[in-house]
Design a protein around this ligand. Structure first.
Ligand code: KG4
Ligand code: ZN
Length: 341
């Protein structure tokens, strides 16, 4: 079975082809970072328009570079949520149109399930059940992954997501958008101990997160600084990254102990963070847990993870029931969609 994956939930237009036997045949991506950078965040209307512009040329490119004809494709997986409604509608409409024209099934995929399953694109795959830390721009969740589609939410964020906290801190420091990569770069040259931020809600017994207080701490620190020079920005970036990665690693450790699971997946954009990976590796060594990371390029949004998640569903006879174009901008990962059987 060969599946075309389409991702358009936010600011990346991405497509990929996943083959049941050969694995990932190819993937293409257009990032809108340059388009949104001057606004300090994603402008939904601009995002939708850009997806419309880029989606067809990307498909043509993918088919050409993988030497694939539409006749070879057995199904189409598209991100149906969560995400920006207008952006999702572009991918969903495109997928449903191709499904109708090519007479093959389409399947709505939850973007967060795509992130969860991204490590399965590698040769060395996690097995079930395992624990997953899903840390992206919109989500920070600890999930017990019992099987494909069988997800139990152990912990969630009360307010800002981890990636959002990176992005807001970068904005406060005048470092542009998105914040994760640039904060991480600045933090590498920061002076340890110059600033210290709290580790949010570590004293609580539950597995939930809250990062808005951390953001306020950064804001107050920035306000207090007489001169926000480059070195001060690097020192703040260091303290911020240290606090947030500590929080994520400590809560993940707590979840591992609580569930006694011996395999761990770290996914989502923040999963690309090298400091977080260092800390998680230490935790896993101590607890004798095997940890799996997606490739860096598959931590952030991509079409490969959507093609893979869709392949798993189509293989198990899930498919959209009709050609109606539906998106689910708020779609909890624990909830099945009504468009599938
Ligand atoms: O998973 P993703 O691409 O999109 C969502 O589904 O939200 O995650 C994007 C988020 C952004 O907030 C970005 O700042 C963050 O992931 N991010 C990082 C890194 N790379 C991306 N955060 C920390 N360190 C990184 N290296
Ligand atoms: Zn994402």
């Amino acid at each position: 079975m060969l599946v075309l994956g389409i991702e358009s939930s936010c600011d990346e237009t991405a497509l990929a082809l996943f083959d049941e036997h050969k694995g990932l045949l190819g993937h293409v991506l257009h990032s809108q970072i340059a388009l949104h950078n001057s606004y300090g965040g994603v402008v939904p209307e601009l995002a939708s328009r850009d997806h419309i512009r880029k989606i067809s040329p990307l498909l043509e490119n993918l088919l050409k570079t993988t030497n694939t004809s539409p006749n070879d494709i057995d199904g189409i997986a598209y991100t149906s949520g969560p995400g920006l409604a207008g952006a999702l509608l572009v991918g969903a409409t495109y997928a449903k149109t191709l499904s109708y024209a090519w007479k093959i099934p389409a399947i709505a995929v939850n973007h967060m399930e795509g992130h969860l399953l991204a490590p399965m694109l590698e040769d060395n795959k996690p097995s079930f059940p395992h624990l997953a830390l899903l840390a992206s721009g919109g989500h920070t969740q600890l999930i017990e992954v019992n099987n494909f589609g069988k997800y139990f939410l152990l912990g969630d964020t009360f307010d800002d997501a981890a990636g959002e906290a990176f992005d807001k801190t970068a904005k406060l420091l005048g470092l542009g958008y998105p914040g994760g990569v640039i904060i991480s770069k600045y933090a590498k040259e920061g002076t340890p101990g110059k600033f210290t931020f709290p580790r949010p809600i570590l004293n609580k017994h539950n597995l939930n997160f809250s990062f808005s207080g951390l953001k306020t701490n950064v804001l107050n620190t920035v306000k207090k600084c007489k001169k926000l020079d480059t070195q001060t920005k690097k020192d703040i970036a260091f303290a911020f990254e240290d606090a947030i990665t500590d929080t994520l690693a400590i809560k993940t450790k707590k979840a591992l102990i609580q569930t006694n699971l011996k395999e761990l997946v770290i996914s989502g954009g923040v999963g690309a963070n090298s400091k977080l990976r260092e800390k998680i590796n230490i935790v896993c060594k101590k607890l004798n847990v095997k940890v799996y990371y997606p490739k860096i390029e598959f931590c952030t949004d991509n079409g490969a993870m959507i093609a893979y998640a869709g392949f798993q569903r189509l293989k198990n006879n899930f498919k959209d029931l009709d050609f109606a174009i539906k998106v689910t901008p708020r779609w909890p990962i624990t909830q099945e969609t009504s468009t599938t059987i």
